[in-house]
Structures are given as C-alpha cells and as structure tokens.
Design a protein around this ligand. Structure first.
Ligand code: LLP
Length: 449
C-alpha cells in the first residue's frame, strides 16, 4: 500500500524493547508481578467480568483532555469528542462532564450523545451520507452545526426547513475537501481529492452564498478532517490555511456569520514506538490561521482522547504448533478487535502477570474461522500458558465500536476504572440477545395457495 501506511505499523515483527511508554500512556503499572490499571490488578477484573473484556481508564482519558486543552490555553477552542471512537454512554458522560461537545456521524450517535446529556448546541454532525430522517432529527434538535458534505445534501436541508420559523436558523458547516494529503493508512486518509469526503474548494463559496441568502439557514463553521492517526501537524495546518482563505473569500462576498474553523480530529497516538502528535505542536501550527481568520477553533479528536486509555484483556485458550510456526490461541478474535486484520495495525500485547518463563515468537490468533483472524503475527510475546491473560494495548479507540457478532460471538464486556474502583459499563452480550428478533419460521401461519 506504499508510503501511505507509514504511521500504522505492520502487525508483523518483534515486540517492543521497552513497553514503558505505552504502559504509562495507558495508565498501567506493574505492582509486583501483577499488571494494574488505575491501581487494580487486570487479572482480578478479568476474573470478575470474564474475558474478552475492554477496560478503560478514566484518569488517562481525563489527562488527555486536559493536555489538549492546556496546549491551546489562551485561545478560543471547543473540543468535540468524536463519538465514533468509543461510544459507550459512560465514556460520553465523562466527556460531557469535562465540558467537551460531541462530534457525531449518525442518528444513532445523536441519540447516544443526547442520552449522555450533551446539550444539543454542543453537538456537531459530520458525515457524507446523512439520511433525510437523520437531518430532520438534527434540525429538530437544533444542534450546534450540521456539517454539509455536498450540494445535494444542502438541497435536502433546504427542503426540510421550508416553512419553518426563521427565528432560529439551522446552523450549518461546510466540510471542505482541501486536497491535502496526509501520511496514514489509505483507508483513513480523508483530505485528499478524489475520495468521497468533503466539498471541493472551488464549490465552497457558491454553497456559502446559497446558505447566506436563506434566512432559515446560517453558515457557522468551515470544517476539514484530514485523516486519522496523523503524527505530523503540518497537513492539519494546511487544511486550516485553506479554511482561512475561504473565510476571507466568503467575507469578500458579505458573509460574516462564520464563528469557527473546525479542523477535525486525527491526532495520532503511540501504538508501538511512534512519536505521537504533540498537541502543543498542533496548537503552534494552527495559531497563524486562527489568528488570520480571527475565529475560534473547533477540534474533533477521538483516538487521541481514548485510544491509549483502553486495553482488551483476553485469555489464552491453547498453545499449538503447526507448519513450523507457533500459535497462541486466545479468546478474543477479529470480531472483537478488527484493527490488526483490517488495517494491519500494530497493537502491543503484554502479559497481565509477569512470569519467569521468558518470551516466544508466535502468531496471536483468535477463535474466528478465518486465517485473517489474528491480533499479531510473528510477534515476540510472553511465553503464556492456557488460562493466563494477555492485555492488548491501545484498544480504547475503534475497538469495541468496530466489534461485530461474526460467528455468533457476543461482543465483549466494557469496564470503566476510576479512582480505585471499577464498574461494568456494558455487560457482555448474551447469545439470546443476538438471536432476539429473528424469526425461525416466517411463513408458518400462511395458508398454502
Ligand atoms: N472528525 C471526522 C469528520 C472524522 O471522520 C473522524 C474519524 C474524526 C473526527 C476522529 O478522528 P480521530 O481523531 O479519531 O483520528 N477506524 C479507524 C479510524 C477511522 C477514523 C474515521 N474518522 C481506525 O481504527 O484506525
């Protein structure tokens, strides 16, 4: 996949020399032989709630939110947490309580954000394929901004607001495709031209004018999102520069309603030995563009805030050897954490209890019936035995939310650890739940014709 893959490390390869930085990012520490999260032994939580389970560390999440805010101290900014990264209501409530807003991409996420208590005005709605029903719900709720991605979407919104009172105009953003490339996995690069996201720069002023002549609509932001897991702030700054130019062009046409530049999310984290994107460097890179426009900045990070703060704990089921290779078969599969098999993403794997047995090179694989069901390939891993647990790091973002029920596997439990306590924030699904609503004999009552 060429250079685009650079910042998502391949699954293949040796273990980390020193996982210390990763453990710190996650709020994990070793006490004696036990690996602890927020002061509690991971094995103790696993014994209580079972495996596989996602464990999140509230303190690590708060620390990230604080660090990001501090980096932009003295500037007008608003952080809208990207709900898609981890949508559990308890996680959302944590963000609401810290004063974050919510960045959503579906009617389902709108319902979650509202259930978690975000004020409607703190919600922004991105996405290339919003349905008429979703747009109507967002308009009804009076959310902070609906970020439009095409002229056709604006057509739908115009129809929906016809006849509405003009006193509370619907607040809109224009999601711009700035034509800026960013080094990341090609599946998650979203700012280059020739992909489905955003409005080409040359169409933005015309759409801005269409919005400005409609008294029921108000253009309040211009938005970009360059991609995810970015380690360099430069592309995001280039995106902001494009937005600042467009603000000037729109002002030149008398449009002065814009309140903020929304520069999206995408801040990259450490999965292995990367140098994560430094929020202070991001703030510095964005400053001239914010200053030039005189507007507030909106950020939409997901991964940066929650990615490092979660682990997936999984139990070793078997050790086997085949074709000259060693396998560690664990009870978490690609349905529980799809990132390794879908993006060839590297997730560090550490033992939850230190053992004197040393390490082996093995593939760490799940129970799903596909050869592509792996968590690591040819990895130096602890010499674990059946019944022992492993912690897969960096699983707080795009972990549970991307889990599926493939092979009729109930999705994992989710646990929040905070201030020396832990709570189940989503019980493990049951097989009965998975079958609920299915109809065994749909035509049983029909009379034969
Ligand atoms: N804003 C918009 C418009 C987005 O599309 C995204 C992510 C974000 C914000 C948040 O990006 P973040 O700060 O989390 O990088 N499933 C993939 C990541 C997909 C990201 C999609 N858009 C993965 O597991 O790496």
């Amino acid at each position: 996949m060429g250079e685009g893959i650079l910042s998502l490390e391949p699954v293949v390869g040796a273990a980390l020399g020193d996982p210390g930085a990763l453990l710190r990012d996650a709020g994990l520490e070793r006490a004696g032989d036990a690996l602890r999260i927020g002061g509690i032994a991971i094995d103790a939580i696993a014994a209580d709630v079972g495996t596989p389970s996602y464990l999140y560390h509230a303190g690590a999440i708060r620390q990230r939110f604080q660090a990001l805010g501090d980096a932009f101290a003295g500037r007008r900014i608003k952080i809208h947490y990207a709900v898609k990264a981890n949508a559990n209501l308890a996680i959302l409530r944590l963000f609401r309580d810290m004063g974050a807003g919510a960045d959503i991409v579906s009617g389902g996420e709108l319902a979650r954000a509202r259930a978690a208590g975000f004020p409607n005005s703190d919600i922004v709605f991105s996405g290339v394929g919003k349905t008429t029903v979703e747009l109507a719900e967002a308009i009804e709720a009076g959310i902070g901004s609906i970020n439009i991605e095409s002229a056709e979407e604006l057509d739908v919104i115009e129809r929906l607001v016809e006849g509405r009172s003009v006193t509370a105009p619907v607040r809109l953003g224009l999601r711009v495709n700035p034509g800026v490339g960013a080094e990341t996995h090609p599946y998650i690069a979203t700012g280059v031209s020739g992909i489905k996201f955003g409005i080409p720069v040359e169409l933005v002023t015309a759409l801005g004018q269409r919005i400005s002549v409609n008294p029921r609509l108000r253009l309040v932001t211009l938005a970009v999102h360059l991609g995810s897991q970015l380690l360099d702030p430069e592309p995001i700054a280039q995106g902001a520069a494009v937005l600042a130019d467009l603000v000037q062009a729109l002002r030149g046409r008398g449009i002065r309603t814009i309140e903020a530049l929304d520069v999206g999310g995408g801040l990259g984290i450490r999965y292995r030995d990367e140098t994560p994107l430094d929020p202070v460097a991001l703030a510095t890179a964005l400053a001239p563009h914010a200053d030039r426009s005189g507007l507030a900045l909106h950020l939409e990070p997901g991964r940066y805030l929650v990615g490092s703060a979660g682990v997936l704990v999984t139990k070793v089921l078997y050790r086997k050897s085949s074709g000259g290779k060693r396998f560690v078969v664990v009870d978490a599969g690609m349905n529980d954490l799809v990132r390794p098999s879908h993006y060839q993403a590297y997730h560090a794997i550490v033992e939850t209890r230190r053992s004197p047995r040393g390490t082996i090179v093995a593939d760490v694989v799940g129970p799903v019936c596909e050869t592509g069901d792996f968590l690591a390939l040819d990895r130096l891993v602890p010499d674990v035995q059946p019944g022992e647990n492993l912690a897969i790091l960096g699983a707080g973002a795009y972990g549970f939310v991307m889990a599926s029920n493939y092979n009729t596997r109930p999705r994992p439990a989710e646990v929040l650890v905070d201030r020396g306590r832990y709570a189940l924030i989503r019980p493990r699904e049951t097989v009965a739940q998975l079958m609920a609503g299915e109809v065994v004999e749909p035509f049983a009552r029909e009379t034969p014709s």
